[in-house]
Every structure is written in C-alpha cells, then in structure tokens.
Design a protein around this ligand. Structure first.
Ligand SMILES: [Cu+2]
Length: 193
C-alpha cells in the first residue's frame, strides 16, 4: 500500500470513529438521563424485588401494609396493569395504606415501571385533595425532594432510594408531584402509630 492510499484509509477510519463517538455521546446524553436516577435495573431484578422481612404484614382485604421494624420496601410507579396510570404499586396493591410503627426507618426503593411518563415519590404532611399545579415541588408540607424518574426504556427501569425515619406519630401521605398526577389519584396514606 502506497502512502497516499494508507493516509486515505486512516482518514476514513478516523472519520467513522468520530461519527460513532459523537452519535453515542448524543444518544447517551438524551437517554438515559442518569442525573435523575440512582441507576437502572432489568426486568429480572425488578421481578425479584420484595419487602425485607420479618416486620412486614400485609392485609390485602384492607389494602394495608403494617410495618413493625426497619425494612426496605419496593415501590413501583405507574404500573401498566393498574386501572389508572396514576398509581403506585406496593407489594401487589394499588396505593395501599402503610401503617408504620413509630421510630422505624423505611428504605423505599422507588422504581418507575411506566413506559410513558415520569414519576416521583414524595412524602407529605398535607393530604388530599391535591390540585393540578404546574409544579408541586414547592408545595407546603413536602418532606423530601425527588427528581422525576424517566419512563422505562428497552427493559431498563430507573430507580432510586429514599430512606425515611418515621420518628413522629401522625398521618402522612406519599404522592407523585408530577403535574396533575396526585390530582388524578396518585397518592396513598401513611399512618405512624
Ligand atoms: Cu406520577
């Protein structure tokens, strides 16, 4: 191979590499948006999630979860099998009530299983009714901040963790602060006793 041909080949290979690297950079920065999630889990990891026990008791009849000791609890956002997309699914129940013993810490593993919409999981002192707002992120009574997790994509589910110690008895709420979601029913009650 003479020198001009070799130079030409190297130029073409270099150009192709630049295009591939640029494309992957643009793709990678547009999705997934890793700034909004702790990470992504596969469907297999998702289906193997369960509440740590002992300390968790479920009453399906009352759609209530009783938590008596510090545990981890998976929370699915926007389950596709739910009657409404404005739902949380916890231990197979839609928007269940959580009754927690005072002083325990719950490590919520929050996963967006919705393929269409962003969601988050925020604790609040303020109960329903919730109204449609441009953003509820600054609403009074919110007890934590959480970025909106992106929708599931190609079998990857965005998740993050929220650890909360319920040191005071009372009634609390969990809700999604994405505009319109809590107003449409995306919330549930937490009672600390
Ligand atoms: Cu939502």
């Amino acid at each position: 191979m003479n020198k001009p041909k070799l130079f030409g080949l190297i130029s073409v290979v270099g150009l192709v590499l630049v295009v591939i690297i640029s494309a992957s950079y643009i793709w990678g920065s547009s999705w997934p948006n890793k700034g909004q999630a702790t990470g992504f889990m596969t469907g297999t990891a998702l289906s193997s999630l369960n509440a740590s026990s002992p300390g968790v008791y479920v009453s399906y009849a009352n759609s209530t979860i009783y938590i008596n000791s510090s545990v981890s609890l998976p929370v699915m956002m926007g389950p596709m099998n739910a009657p409404s997309m404005y739902s949380f699914e916890i231990l197979g129940m839609i928007n269940p009530t959580i009754v927690a013993k005072q002083g325990i810490t719950v490590e919520f593993t929050v996963i967006n299983v919705d393929t269409d919409s962003y969601h988050n999981f925020v604790l609040s002192h303020s109960g329903p009714p919730y109204y449609y707002m441009g953003s509820m992120m600054q609403s009074p009574g919110l007890m934590n901040n959480m970025n909106f997790l992106p929708p599931a994509h190609s079998g990857n589910y965005a998740y993050t963790n929220l650890s909360y110690s319920f040191s005071e008895p009372g009634t609390y709420w969990y809700l999604c602060t994405y505009p319109g979601h809590a107003a449409n029913g995306m919330y549930g009650k937490i009672v600390v006793v």
